[in-house]
Ligand binder design. Sequence first.
Ligand code: CUA
Length: 159
Amino acid sequence: MNIDFYERIWMWAAGGIIAVFIAVIGLSTVAYGLHPPSHIETIEPSKVFTDPRFSKLGAPVVMPDGTVEVQMVAIMFAFAPNEVRVPAGRPIRFRLTSADVTHGFMIARTNANTMLVPGYISQFTTVFPRAGDYLVVCHEFCGNGHHVMSARVIVEESK
Ligand code: CUA
């Protein structure tokens, strides 16, 4: 029958499209690897707290070019440190990693948003134009305490 014939065509077409999508995801995973959406810099998750690259937790470092570097570690179910003070109007480079499972890092009311994948360092630079109190939330489900996992970025008027 005619209707049956067209239904079969569309059924196979839909199935074929799904197969192509799955193949594209699978191949790109193998070809490009899975890593955080910044750069590829690896770290041993169990040694994060003794790694020199994270030796300045809680004390933002002013780099020679004026950029302020903030180091933070995510661990079930908190950020270390859970409060950081940075100046407004200056580039702030966040260097972040996880000491256990995959976490998220999103600064509410900004476009600062990244995944924290164990084994990798996530990095991005942003500028806070205005002083204020910003909430940081974990937006990757990481376990029973996921919903309480938060921190604060306090942006102060530049001196
Ligand atoms: Cu950490 Cu959700």
